[in-house]
Design a protein around this ligand. Sequence first.
Ligand SMILES: NC(=O)C[C@H](N)C(=O)O
Length: 354
Amino acid sequence: MSIIEASVAGAGALGHDRDGLRRCVVVGTGGTIGTRGSDPLDRNEYMYGGTSVDTTSTLDNLPDFPGRPELEAIAITDKPSHDLDAGDQLGLARVVEQLRARRDVDAVVVQHGTNTVEETAFTLDLLLPHGKPVVLVGSMRPSGVVGTDADSNLIDAIRLAMSPAAANRGVLVSLGGRVFAARDVTKIDSRSLAGFGAPVLGPIGLVEPDGEVFLSGAAPPDVAMLGRIGDATELPRVDIVVSHCTADGTLIEAACAAGARGVVCAGTGAGFPTARQVAALRAAAANGVLVCRSSRIASAYVTPPSRTSTDPDPDFLWSAHLNAYQARIALSIALAAGSTADARRTAQELFARF
Ligand SMILES: NC(=O)C[C@H](N)C(=O)O
């Protein structure tokens, strides 16, 4: 596990003496929202590590706002989000659970890079039981630059997390005044301040500029897989292989040679690998690797095999509404929770329910 530190900054250090008020803990993992631009006019030049803004000073610099709860900061990693690994995500899940178990904590906000926030959000959604709100937040621009969204997004996320409507809703993601369910959200733009979208079902809510929170839609299932993976600090390797014209089995064989216990094929359309990929996937499945058909397109429904001539293989799992990135996470967690035979059942159940 590569959690580097778990240092709690006392709320008193934040200068707010608000006995009796509610408390939100902000957990820093890194990402642009955890950095400060070196030039106010340069939105791209910012650094991690030594020059980044730690979560405590981010909160110290946050202006007061109506409804501001007591805030507490914990820094656990300081990485661009594409460098987070499963150990980081499992460690984060356990830190969030410890915080939610505290009687004086009402909600947890996680600062996270936007590149993979959808992956960590879905991981936490599978791992954590429903209960006190958990909100992930990122920003498209570092703090301290002209037009930054770092402070406004953080304030929105805190307001969302402190809203009673956010409890028992699974993990939520907040960016640009919009609220997304973990299972729906994806990064859709690498430049726009509205960088997140939910291509299939849309956002489930709004945080208005005056702090009003509106949420709609149903909560996702409460599967709480953390309780089933014991004290695992890593997750079994599951690789994604994309399909396209001319794709053959080389990458599938390489994944298996690297020790993958599962392979997700991001197939074309409703989940179709090429014939040469199917042959390699069959060979993988024959060797005990769990194979899942998913799709490379943003909105797909990959259905169970009907044993018609066009279906790749009745032994392959199918990701239903989940995209390939989500299927990889669900399969990996299912493999961590039990034997390969159990994982086959658990993963297919997770695919069906989300
Ligand atoms: N806007 C961002 O947060 C991107 C960032 N580099 C990341 O860690 O994902």
